[in-house]
Design a binder for this molecule. Structure first.
Ligand SMILES: Nc1nc2c(c(=O)[nH]1)N[C@H]1C(S)=C(S)[C@@H](COP(=O)(O)OP(=O)(O)OC[C@H]3O[C@@H](n4cnc5c(=O)[nH]c(N)nc54)[C@H](O)[C@@H]3O)O[C@H]1N2
Ligand SMILES: Nc1nc2c(c(=O)[nH]1)N[C@H]1C(S)=C(S)[C@@H](COP(=O)(O)OP(=O)(O)OC[C@H]3O[C@@H](n4cnc5c(=O)[nH]c(N)nc54)[C@H](O)[C@@H]3O)O[C@H]1N2
Ligand code: SF4
Ligand SMILES: [Mo]
Length: 805
């Protein structure tokens, strides 16, 4: 049977649909963030906390990875609406203690939505769920570590354990964690990056030799042109709008490439300027390219072909710093413009306008995010973006470069610290030389492969350093089944979420200090460090009293788990690490490339920036010793008649699976989330009506398997909302739509789930949301037959995930 969705305590009968906004931020943003902050934290705590946010000597925002301006250039309120929401979510005065768990059985918690679970407050004590029991019960820290150690040491092989990381974990905790995992004996270190910018890391490593962006914040300010593809900064990186505003004041032009016209890219009303408060704000985008979902590969190829045709090429740069130009040029000359127009949905004239702006620009920054990375062709697309930058010589000069905009606040730092299932040999050699043991060399499991391994019993324990794995990954029904087979699931968490109630035979919740809180581990005041999207590393120290005296820091949890499990094996001084994190920083400086004198450098106000040779000296550490311009085939997803190509995206009131509230103000949605945005003409041509209720049924046939059958998956009851976008496309929120995304549908080379390209049918339904948010209207989600009826367990066997190494 398709699994029942959790009770929607979100009452979708209250859903209101209005018009989308034509500007972002403004005083409304301040009002919304303050209301939420006061509700969660009260007035004094709000003021005390927010004034420390993103300041030297304060703490780093838990929201996105957008960088801070240099010290001396920061505003006293250096945060955005969503930063304030992220802080309020963590610094809330609501609590989830043992009495909460005594009151709510596991069965009743399973019936709750992510929204409800998150709204209950901070978890205050370690909790355990034991097989056959009805409730989570309190457990002591020592007992919890003992339980983990026994379980890990009883495995047939360390590779039967999986150690996930979300992207908030500090550098110190991440370094200690990967060290423990490797000392234990596995490289099974999947992380949220696998679902996020993995395509970027893979493409950039091959093209320029390093999987990170090549700009500083000041390059955005100085750029002549900024191209923003597949990104919604008004919601997901709001302070980027302040940087874009500075760029515009300095004369920059902006192109945005997006199926949707996002409010933040139309106009920005900076609440910190008079013009933003009482004036009209700043116009952001000069040219909007409403690309068809998944059309970016063809678009950048076409831009490249035009630059070549016009000889708008930096020949000197190409000659000195790149290989592959001639092959790429031959491919570009043979470009099929009909295919380009079909794939992009854009007329040639519009593409020429964009290419002309790039040709005329003296320095261009290329930005991109999930609209680019979460596609089957994502790695090729990012290489084409890089090609355009390379042929123009737009890498390694002021005001120009590649700017993948990262998601979680420390996701880039975690990777730098070795949270990577495929860490290169030079990193593992450095671990060996520093710690005197031989780390495993065989690559570990990424997110998609880890789910496969749990599902078919090759993995038995699942440990998560933060995050909400079950809700974040694709194919919800498959991951629920996979988790239920685990013998132990452990979550180091601040707040309750779906992953705590979709558990293994035994389940642990280990409550952790947040970044806004004082960390007195080992009796001294500790700091941690983080790295932003532009490789700037700095310290973070929380101002607040911890939510509970029982909380421990992530570093403490890792070190205690390591002591209990390894029992002195390899002689790593965990106690030294825990008593002073500076001792971890000294190890980081000897192991992590470019981090020499780490402990000293992070003490400088504002920290320091990690080296990046393409950016700093135009040296490209690829196999070829030069940047690689690569030719890629043009491709296009075939969408059968009567289906739409649907992207899954974030509303303005969520941080990934954490739902702050039920409004998506800029898109005109209030008090609800189960909506599907469709072009008005598509609504008509599909024989549907605005405001009608439909089930979403996805269709997927494995393109790599000629004998593959088509699989159908359903997510029930969405309201059809008319919304301007290219014909044939649609959009709906994540994570409600994750049951529709097949586990096997992933980007070539990077394995990133294809969350931005789901082929769906909209099937009218007579069901209606029920007042008060009862679950009765949800008939279930997961695998179904072609006609939308529930699939039998037999039929489900063909969604067996591919066996990856
Ligand atoms: N407030 C808030 N901030 C966040 C997050 C959050 O959930 N809430 N999440 C954080 C994380 S982990 C991440 S990774 C980032 C995500 O930041 P974004 O990448 O901005 O997030 P999405 O909402 O997934 O938006 C993707 C954008 O790509 C567009 N798009 C979709 N498909 C295509 C396509 O095929 N081509 C093009 N060109 N565009 C397309 C969508 O219309 C949308 O504007 O934000 C981080 N910051
Ligand atoms: N369909 C679809 N799916 C997607 C995406 C999409 O665009 N569409 N985006 C993908 C992307 S880009 C990402 S990054 C992933 C996100 O995947 P995750 O990173 O796994 O998910 P989050 O929702 O960010 O995790 C939230 C949980 O983290 C815990 N937490 C919060 N703060 C802390 C802390 O300081 N320490 C610890 N230890 N725990 C903390 C809380 O318990 C909270 O419930 O989702 C991916 N899934
Ligand atoms: S832009 Fe990102 S890092 Fe900056 S305050 Fe907003 S959410 Fe936080
Ligand atoms: Mo992300």
């Amino acid at each position: 049977m398709a699994r029942r969705a959790p009770a929607q305590d979100v009452d979708e009968t209250e859903l209101k649909v209005g018009s989308p906004s034509r500007s972002a931020a403004g005083v409304k943003a301040v009002a919304v963030s303050m209301k939420l902050a006061w509700e969660q934290m009260g007035v004094t705590r709000t003021a005390r906390t927010l004034l420390k946010l993103n300041q030297v000597g304060g703490f780093d925002c838990q929201g996105c990875a957008w960088p801070d301006p240099a010290p001396g250039h920061r505003h006293p309120a250096e945060f955005c609406e969503n930063g304030a929401k992220a802080v309020a979510e963590e610094a809330t005065v609501r609590r989830v203690g043992p009495e909460f768990f005594a009151e709510h059985s596991m069965a009743s918690l399973k019936e709750r939505s992510d929204y409800w679970l998150g709204q209950q407050g901070r978890i205050t004590q370690p909790m355990v769920y034991r097989e056959g029991r009805s409730h989570y019960e309190p457990i002591s820290w020592d007992e919890a570590f003992g339980l983990i150690a026994d379980e890990l040491n009883a495995l047939d092989s360390p590779d039967e354990a999986i150690f996930y990381t979300s992207g908030k974990t500090s550098n110190e905790a991440a370094f200690a964690y990967q060290l423990f995992v490797r000392a234990f004996g596995t490289n099974n270190l999947p992380d949220c990056s696998n679902m996020c910018h993995e395509s970027t890391s893979v493409a950039l490593a091959e093209s320029i030799g390093i999987g990170k962006g090549s700009v500083h914040l000041t390059d955005i300010h100085k750029a002549d042109l900024i191209v923003i593809a597949g990104q919604n900064p008004g919601t997901n990186h709001p302070r980027m709008l302040s940087a874009l505003e500075i760029a515009k004041k300095n004369g920059a032009r902006i192109i945005d490439i997006n199926p949707l016209e996002e409010a933040g890219l139309v106009r920005f009303k900076n609440p910190q300027s008079v013009k933003g408060v009482i004036g009209g704000g700043t116009g952001i985008s000069d040219l909007h390219l409403p690309v068809r979902v998944n059309g970016d590969l063809a678009l950048y190829q076409a831009i490249g072909a035009l630059l070549l045709e016009w000889d708008a090429i930096d020949h000197e740069f190409v000659e000195q710093h790149t290989v592959g130009f001639e092959e790429w040029a031959a491919n570009a000359r043979a470009l099929d413009w009909d295919a380009v127009e079909r794939a992009t949905g854009l007329e040639r004239g519009l593409i020429e306008q964009a290419a002309r702006m790039i040709a005329d620009s003296s320095a261009t920054v290329h930005c991109w995010a999930m609209g680019v990375t979460q596609h089957r062709n994502a790695v090729a697309t990012i290489k084409e973006i890089t090609n355009v930058a390379l042929i123009r010589g737009d890498i390694g000069k002021p005001g120009a470069g590649l700017c993948p905009v990262r998601g979680h606040s420390n996701v880039q730092g975690d990777r730098t610290m070795g949270i990577w299932e495929r860490s290169p040999d030079h990193f593992l050699d450095a671990i060996r030389d520093e710690f005197g043991f031989e780390p495993p060399r065989e690559h570990g499991l990424d997110v998609v492969a880890a789910i496969g391994a749990l599902r078919d019993g090759r993995a038995k324990t699942f440990f998560a350093m933060g995050g909400n794995f079950v809700s974040a990954v694709p194919d919800t029904e498959v991951v629920e089944a996979a988790m239920a087979k685990a013998s132990l699931t452990v979550h180091v968490s601040t707040k309750l979420n779906r992953s705590h109630v979709t558990h293994g035979r035994t389940a642990l919740i280990l409550p952790v200090l947040g970044r806004s809180e004082k960390d007195h581990t080992g009796g001294t005041e500790q700091r941690v460090t983080v790295e932003d999207s532009m490789s700037a590393v700095h310290a973070s120290k929380g101002p607040l009293k911890p939510a509970s005296p029982h909380l421990r820091s992530e570093v403490d949890i890792v070190c205690s788990m390591a002591e209990a499990t390894l029992k002195g094996r390899h002689g790593i001084p965990w106690d030294e690490f825990r008593s002073d994190y500076t001792n971890i920083r000294h190890r980081i400086s000897r192991v992590v490339p470019g981090a020499a004198a780490y402990a000293e450098k992070v003490d400088q106000p504002g920290g320091f920036t990690l080296p990046h040779s393409p950016r700093d000296t135009r040296e490209f550490p690829t196999k070829e010793g030069k940047a690689v311009i690569v030719a890629n085939e043009t491709d296009m997803l075939h969408v059968p008649q009567g289906r739409l190509l649907m992207q899954t995206l974030r509303s303005h009131d969520q941080f990934n699976t954490t739902i702050y509230g039920l409004d998506d103000r800029y898109r005109g949605i209030h008090h609800g989330r189960r909506v599907v945005f469709v072009h008005p003409d598509d609504i008509a041509s599909l024989g549907l009506a605005e405001d009608q209720y439909v089930d979403l049924v996805s269709e997927w046939t494995d393109p790599d398997d000629p004998s593959a059958e088509t699989c159908y998956r359903k997510a029930p009851l969405f309201r059809v909302v008319a919304y301007d976008q290219p014909r044939g496309c649609a959009a709906a929120y994540y994570p409600e739509t994750n049951p529709l995304i097949p586990l096997d549908s992933k980007a070539l080379k990077s394995n990133c789930p294809t969350s931005k390209a789901v082929i769906v049918r909209l099937v009218p339904t007579d069901e209606r949301p029920v007042e008060g948010g009862e679950s009765a209207y949800l008939t279930g989600y997961g695998l179904v037959n072609a006609d939308g009826t529930v699939a039998s367990d037999d039929q489900k066997s063909f969604v067996e995930p591919e066996q990856l190494s």
